[in-house]
Design a binder for this molecule. Structure first.
Ligand code: F6P
Length: 321
């Protein structure tokens, strides 16, 4: 009888519950015992582990957040913390650990497998989309749609008052939320942490827009851009003479019922994780590439890098002329 532990870690993301549900029900279907670990690696160290049954994951598919709760764990980054975590799994005879989280979570799992031999399977669960090995992470699509709702509302009031609005979005050091929401939300400019952002060009775009009779401007700034957002309001206001407002969407982007895309990605990734454990395939990261679910060695996955799609970036400017 194979035993599996599952945990969610790092920033929560819509779709994490769908993944936990899929892992639990596919695991039970294949005669495995599934154990839920509360509060990520911190909860594992503290032994907060409870058996999951079919009914344990009822009525969660549509809910954001995570029934397992999540936390960030400095303790797990220490040898002593990792050893405590290992001993909890050993005492419960759990040999397979499925982790759902972002870069830090999957990196912790990789190190756990390298140091203690635990079989780890990583699912990409973060709104940031900052795991380069996969086209998309669980939660990213829902977060983008949340930002788009915000942009639509802000366009109304920005037009009414003929204002320029800076919208700050999440993503840590990744600009994907800003870029993809910018191009599909009709922003005039996007500021990304991966690029040098030309504020002169941003201000020139605002001024030329006014000349052409534009009623408003939307500038989307990723939180990782090293310019204070309130300072940016002042800079653009002084250089353009416009009435500039700031909206920080913050934790709104982390909540909400997961979209179809996130539910599919989460559900299919969970099923893949159970298949890999069933086949005895070890230490893999699961992702999606060109619409297909795939898996690869977790260490190799974490070495992947991705550059900004400059065609999309240029498209923001062209489409908002
Ligand atoms: O990693 C997801 C994320 O939402 C980032 O976009 C954001 O910078 C961070 O989490 C916020 O972390 P916390 O919830 O610990 O404040």
């Amino acid at each position: 009888m194979k035993r599996i532990g599952v945990l969610t870690s790092g920033g929560d993301a819509p779709g994490m519950n769908a993944a936990v549900r899929s892992i639990t029900r596919y695991g039970i279907y294949h005669d495995m015992e599934v154990y839920g670990i509360k509060r990520g690696y911190e909860g594992l160290i503290d032994g907060e582990v409870e058996r999951l049954y079919r009914r344990s994951v009822g009525d969660i598919l549509q809910r954001g957040g995570t029934i397992l709760k999540t936390a960030r764990s400095e303790h797990f980054r220490t040898r002593e913390g990792m050893e405590k975590a290992y001993n909890v799994l050993k005492d419960l005879m759990i040999e397979n650990l499925i982790v759902i989280g972002g870069d830090g979570t999957l990196t912790g799992a990789k190190e756990f497998s390298q140091n203690f031999g635990v079989n780890v399977i990583g699912l990409p669960g973060t709104i940031d989309n900052d795991l380069a090995y996969t086209d998309e992470t669980i939660g990213f699509d829902t977060a983008i749609n949340t930002v788009l709702e915000g942009i639509t509302r802000i366009r109304d009031t920005s037009s009414a008052h003929e204002r320029t609005t800076i919208i700050e979005v999440m993503g840590r050091r990744c600009g994907d939320i800003a870029l993809y929401a910018g191009i599909t939300g009709g922003a005039e400019s996007v500021l990304l942490p991966e690029l040098d952002n030309d504020l002169d060009a941003v201000c020139e775009k605002v001024i030329s827009g006014v000349r052409e009779g534009k009623l408003h401007d939307i500038i989307i700034k990723a939180e990782g851009v090293p310019v204070d957002s309130k300072e940016l309001v002042k800079i653009i206001s002084e250089r353009t003479g416009r009435d500039v407002k700031l909206v920080v969407l913050s934790y709104l982007q982390r909540g909400g019922s997961p979209t179809f895309r996130d539910r599919m990605l989460a559900t299919m990734s969970g099923a893949r994780a159970i298949d890999l454990i069933k086949q005895g395939v070890r230490n893999r990261a699961i992702g999606i590439r060109n619409g297909e679910i795939f898996d690869m060695d977790i260490a190799e996955a974490l070495e992947s890098t991705r550059t900004v799609d400059l065609d999309l970036y240029k498209g923001v400017d062209i489409l908002s002329m």
